[in-house]
Write a protein that binds this ligand. Structure first.
Ligand SMILES: [Zn+2]
Ligand SMILES: [Zn+2]
Length: 506
């Protein structure tokens, strides 16, 4: 390979032939140039984590590096990798810098440097030819690989987050398993930051897996913002990010991996379809290295996971309080009689209508959860009859994201939905209703998640959660107790603001 040297802003550097930024440059084999200083690191440049991990500690010929020349040159120019001539004069002896040989050389007509007798090392020829015109690429110390601070986040962790954050970091360092049981709105993503930073410094491969594409799309920008110098790839059906050692992926996509990740974090571990699909659990297990760390994140652990906790088989840390310190809104139960019969007759339960009017009066938008898509559509038309502006969002709805955005922007006040929106949605000052809370689909964890949509913002922490039912179920009562016990735990630890309100009764 031939290079030209150039000077720009008092920096002298090498440019490989084939990169057309030097006009009329004169190119020579790399050994033509005297020893040159590496370029200083430019911390504003975002290097490829994938490239750096590949090259870290290695000493390679260009043919051994599966990255384009342009990209290598960019990293060289910004100080993230170095180049040296493979054969150099050391104590006036030609020496191969790869194997140290200074005796056995051969000569050949070389197409790369267009020299009729290019010198090459015969000692290490079996591992690919090092010749006078071969640059060796390297990215030596790990201090060179990463800036001293990776994490770009200045927020403050709550008491609960702080404790969990320490435990996550420890689990990642020691390659252990951990359940982070964090209430809805506790800020569980921030709890990962310190542990992730540690993992990156240790050159560990990381996967944050979640059953839902929506969550991948929500997490990607937040983590890229938190780690601006690290390449993070998003993997979901239809994504085309290049692979990197830090991915955020749907559990589906992990089928393509085996023994890959040192750190596996499963967000929303109890969410559909992961919880019900053994092949996804198999894929996640297969993708993780055998001795890798495994962190589960959820507000509502499944019975299976809780059993492991109970048997002391899974260490856990609980965050019983939201990041803003106010208690979780506990659901209120309202009996509405045989509401299905009413709907069939074309009438909405009057208690429900009155409650919705009250919320609108208080300038609160309403999310109303119903048991099925079919019911949502039927109820939608009944609301239109009484001139309530509303939209319906369900799992087969292509305009889901746009409709939720319009709701968030207050373009309409009533959002009808199924359990599809039980997670991941944050709407300021929203009131939450469930019609038919006794339906089988509204399990304890589903109701806890749904209630978790209310009171999420610090500005309006007192959310309203109303369960309209035709007979209380065990799951409804369990959900109520679940929420209440978290509030009591937070209160006992002294982490709660607004003592004795909504849900906490001693
Ligand atoms: Zn050559
Ligand atoms: Zn050699």
């Amino acid at each position: 390979m031939r290079f030209a040297s150039s000077i720009f802003q008092n920096k002298s550097f090498l440019v490989p032939e084939g990169i057309s930024i030097i006009e009329n440059g004169t190119y020579y084999p790399i050994s033509h140039f005297a020893v040159f200083e590496p370029q200083p690191i430019d911390h504003s440049y975002i290097p490829s984590h994938e490239l750096l991990t590949f090259l870290n500690g290695r000493h390679l010929l260009i043919d051994e590096i599966p990255f384009p020349l342009e990209q290598l040159h960019d990293h060289y120019m910004n100080g993230y990798l170095q180049i040296e001539a493979g054969i150099q004069l050391i104590s006036s002896k030609h020496t191969c810098l790869r194997c140290g040989n200074s005796e056995a050389f051969g000569f050949y007509p070389c197409a790369r440097c267009k020299c009729s007798n290019c010198r090459y090392c015969r000692k290490c020829i079996k591992m690919g030819r090092v010749s006078s015109c071969s640059p060796l690429y390297f990215s030596p110390a790990s201090s060179l690989t990463y800036p001293p601070t990776l994490l770009n986040w200045n927020g403050e962790l709550s008491h609960g987050q702080n404790k969990a954050s320490d435990q996550v970091k420890l689990a990642i360092q020691k390659n252990e398993r951990l359940l982070v049981w964090a209430v809805c709105g506790s800020g569980k993503t921030e709890v990962l930051f310190k542990g992730l930073e540690q993992a990156i410094y240790e050159n560990k491969t990381i996967c944050i897996a979640t059953p839902r594409t929506d969550v991948v799309l929500e997490l990607l920008p937040r983590l890229r913002k938190a780690f601006p110098t690290i390449a993070i790839s998003g993997l979901y059906g239809g994504s085309d990010d290049p692979l990197s050692p830090f991915i955020i992926s749907t559990t589906h996509q992990l089928i393509r991996y085996k023994d890959c990740f040192d750190v596996m974090i499963i967000d929303e571990v109890d969410a559909f379809p992961y919880e019900y699909d053994p092949s996804l659990q198999y894929a996640v297990d297969k993708a993780r290295k055998n001795n890798g760390a495994l962190v589960y994140l959820t507000a509502t652990p499944s019975r299976k996971i809780l059993k492991q906790v109970k048997d002391n088989a899974l260490p856990y840390v609980r965050i019983p309080v939201r990041y803003h310190g106010y208690p979780l809104p506990a659901p209120k139960f309202t009996w509405v009689g045989n509401w299905r019969k009413h709907i069939r007759k074309g009438k909405l339960p009057s208690v429900l209508l009155k409650w919705i009017e009250q919320q609108f009066h208080e300038k609160k938008p309403v999310m109303l959860f119903v048991p099925s898509i079919k019911l949502a559509e039927r109820i939608h038309s009944l609301f239109e009859e009484v001139q309530v502006d509303c939209e319906t969002v369900h799992s087969e709805d292509a305009d889901r994201v746009e409709k939720v955005m319009r709701f968030r922007n207050r373009n309409y006040r009533l959002l009808l939905t199924t359990t599809i929106l039980e997670r991941g949605v944050t709407i300021e000052n929203v009131s939450i209703g469930v019609l038919g809370a006794e339906a089988d689909i509204f399990t304890e964890s589903s109701l806890v998640q749904i209630a978790g949509r209310a009171g999420r913002s610090e500005k309006y922490p007192e959310g309203e959660v109303a369960l309209f039912h035709y007979g209380k179920t065990n799951d409804m009562l369990l959900a109520f107790r679940h929420i209440k016990s978290m509030n009591v735990e937070a209160d006992n630890r002294g982490w709660l603001k607004g003592k004795g309100v909504y849900g906490v009764k001693k």
